[in-house]
Ligand binder design. Structure first.
Ligand code: SF4
Length: 684
């Protein structure tokens, strides 16, 4: 068989680098970079993509069991569908509506996500449809929609090449978005400036050792972001460095903001955040005096009980200084997973249909009901990820989980295990058996991104093709096909498609921001939404001349400390996150020999002064516990973390950081506070 080289999109982070998968005799043998958002480069995760796709661990057959005490047995698709249909009908008939929770997936294609949310809404009669965006950027969507009228990254990755200054807070781009991180590193080498505000002294902050004149690092205490941002705005206004013309022409509610930030004097801000007054002044002056500032953030900002307030405060600072609606500026939340933007766009959220059309809007409901050929659709926003499992066994009797592994990625997994145990039916659909699949009644094998066609939408709203390179293993099938067959067994005939371009045509018809995005156009290039018509070129940056909501809205916020306080028993604040060589729950990266060799072991970062007090030395095993669980792992003694704070990456099932984290939620976005809970460390 001839060697084939097929271009597709990386399935890991939200940068959406393009890659060539090289196949020989039906096997993928190599990954090569292609031109795209990564500018013809890949990070180490991208380069080693081919290593896990043909793993012998791939699921190859549907699995069912009649009781959770029994082992799974391999069955045909027909048997699996009959099993699912019988049990699902029982639940739907017994508990009219809202008895199911459905998780779509930031790893699956737009088409997969569209069909699964359609199944939830049209067939299972519920808006209980959500996914891990709830756990990473729901506060971004809520906050930016309130401030600007659109919850997405405002500018493009290419804009990072023309920004004068980056204000990076709660984002570790060289590890989480390496091809964005490298652009920023190159910009600094060209003389551009960076301010890093982060509780951890991350690699990008260490650039100050090479370029001391271009890089400022400030270390705020975990969970004090609102105070920090208010304090900076206070100084900017006091110094007259705000953009009066922009504020007057393009925004509303400035006076309320001004009154609020007056309270955050440099001395009060320094006391709350731990950042010295002179550093606050230096940073504020630099932001206020620079023409094009790009505000970059990620989950260090969003994953708090004050996540929406944090995002609103970044938006306030950007508007205060006129840094919206121009190239090289903007509020740029970096999306974690390859298609978390697309899964949101496709209506994988509890209160919106595809394209953020609200379920509460009667005209939107009527439009979707007519196209989906159902008498009506629910106007009641559904339960979010954490609320679904909080209600397991009570309101929620069944769950359908596609491509997510909450037993590693969701907070307080000991509680989660109990919750899953209360379900009458748990369906998991994935490419590997996961920690979540092990608890299910049914596990369905799906095709990986390299074994089917589709689209992903990256962090900058760019819709890109993913293409079939090889056949899926065994009986594995594309997710959209599986969902369509389940719908058919449940008596619904409007979820069967011959190919993914038919699904994309339906998305375009019903979703104004995707109105001009069809497969033919994506063969010729990529498109950034909003792209309302077939002749629209797409939109590289948002809010030019006018915000999506008209005037930009200042929304002042007050500092509130993290939900769980430290005390004598639990004196450390735990921060969780990711590392360069692993991705999310590790199902793919932990099967890649190259990445495993680079680091495949859990660790807890601990400041040397704390280590000394505890008598702990570097690489020693320790026990870390919270009010919810305990794990054992190696101590990494390092000044990367401040005294009183610790950091654990969440990828590792054998020492799962989320056994410790808390289910406390931001009140409006319902994001859990992954970035702050109280812990204890003990020596063995
Ligand atoms: Fe893939 Fe992200 Fe690495 Fe690019 S930067 S190769 S998208 S993991």
């Amino acid at each position: 068989m001839a060697i084939e080289r097929i271009q597709t999109t990386c399935v890991y982070c939200g940068v959406g680098c393009q890659m060539i998968l090289k196949a020989n005799d039906g096997k993928i043998v190599q990954t090569l970079p292609a031109d795209g958002p990564g500018k013809g480069k890949l990070c180490i995760k991208g380069w080693s993509m081919h290593e896990w796709i043909q793993s012998p661990d791939r699921l190859t057959s549907p699995l069912i069991r009649n009781s959770r005490d029994e082992p799974f047995k391999e069955v045909s698709w027909d048997e699996a569908f009959d099993f699912i249909a019988e049990r699902t009908k029982k639940i739907v008939d017994a508990y009219t509506g809202d008895a199911f929770g459905v998780l779509v997936s930031a790893k699956c294609t737009n088409e997969d996500n569209y069909v699964l949310q359609k199944l939830a809404r049209a067939v299972l009669q519920t808006n209980n449809v959500d996914h891990c965006a709830r756990l990473c950027h729901s506060s971004t969507v809520t906050g930016l929609a309130k401030a600007f009228g659109s919850g997405a990254m405002t500018n493009s990755i290419d804009d990072f090449d023309v920004a004068d200054l980056f204000f990076i807070t709660g984002s570790n781009p060289t590890e989480q978005h390496p091809l964005i991180g490298s652009r920023i590193v190159k910009a600094v080498a060209r003389g551009k400036k960076v301010i890093v505000a982060d509780p951890r002294d991350i690699d990008i902050a260490k650039l100050r050792e090479v370029h001391p004149e271009n890089v400022i690092y400030i270390r705020q205490k975990i969970g004090t972001d609102v105070a920090l941002l208010n304090g900076l705005m206070n100084i900017i206004i006091q110094e007259g460095l705000h953009d009066e013309e922009f504020i007057k022409e393009r925004t509303e509610n400035f006076e309320t903001l001004k009154e609020k930030v007056k309270e955050y004097t440099p001395s009060k801000t320094a006391e709350i955040t731990g950042v010295a007054e002179e550093d606050l002044k230096k940073v504020a002056k630099l932001i206020g005096e620079t023409d094009k500032v790009s505000f970059v953030f990620a989950m260090g900002i969003t994953q708090h009980t004050t996540g929406v307030d944090n995002v609103l405060s970044v938006a306030n600072l950007a508007m205060l200084t006129g840094n919206i609606g121009r190239p090289g500026t903007g509020v740029n939340p970096l999306r974690g997973q390859n298609n978390v933007q697309g899964a949101c766009d496709m209506g994988g959220l509890v209160d919106v249909f595809p394209g953020y059309q609200k379920v509460a809007d009667p005209s939107a409901r009527a439009k979707f009901a007519e196209h989906w050929k159902v008498p009506s659709l629910s106007d009641k926003p559904g339960l979010t990820v954490v609320e679904i499992t909080n209600n397991a066994g009570e309101q929620i009797k069944g769950m359908y989980i596609m491509g997510e592994n909450p037993m590693i990625t969701d907070p307080d997994i000991n509680h989660l295990r109990e919750a899953f145990g209360k379900l009458d039916l748990m369906i998991v659909q994935d490419i590997f058996m996961t920690e979540t699949g092990e608890l299910a009644d049914v596990v369905l094998p799906s095709a990986s991104f390299a074994e089917r066609d589709g689209t992903f939408t990256n962090t900058e709203r760019r819709v890109q093709r993913t293409r079939k390179v090889i056949d899926p293993p065994g009986e594995a099938k594309p997710d959209w096909w599986i969902v369509g067959e389940i719908a058919k067994r449940l008596g619904y005939d409007h979820l069967q498609y011959q190919s993914v371009d038919q699904i994309m045509d339906e998305i375009a018809e019903l979703t104004p921001i995707y109105g001009g995005i069809v497969f033919d156009r994506l063969e010729e290039g990529t498109l950034q939404w909003p792209c309302p018509t077939k002749d629209h070129p797409g939109t590289p940056y948002l809010h030019k001349g006018q915000f999506s909501r008209g005037l930009g809205s200042f929304n002042p916020a007050d500092y509130k400390p993290p939900y769980e306080k430290t005390d004598q028993k639990y004196p450390f604040v735990l921060n969780t996150g990711r590392v360069l060589h692993q991705y999310h729950s590790g199902t793919m990266t932990r099967r890649s020999p190259t990445l495993v060799e680079q680091g495949n072991e859990a660790f807890v970062e601990l400041n040397p002064k704390d280590a000394e007090k505890l008598g702990v030395v570097d690489q020693e095993m320790v026990k870390v516990s919270s009010r919810r669980g305990e794990i054992s792992l190696k101590a990494r003694v390092s000044e990367i973390v401040d005294q009183g704070e610790i950091f654990i990456p969440f990828h590792y099932a054998e020492a799962a950081a989320n056994a410790l984290t808390i289910r406390a939620l931001d009140p409006s976005s319902k994001i859990p506070e992954f970035k702050a809970c109280a812990c204890r460390i003990e020596k063995y």
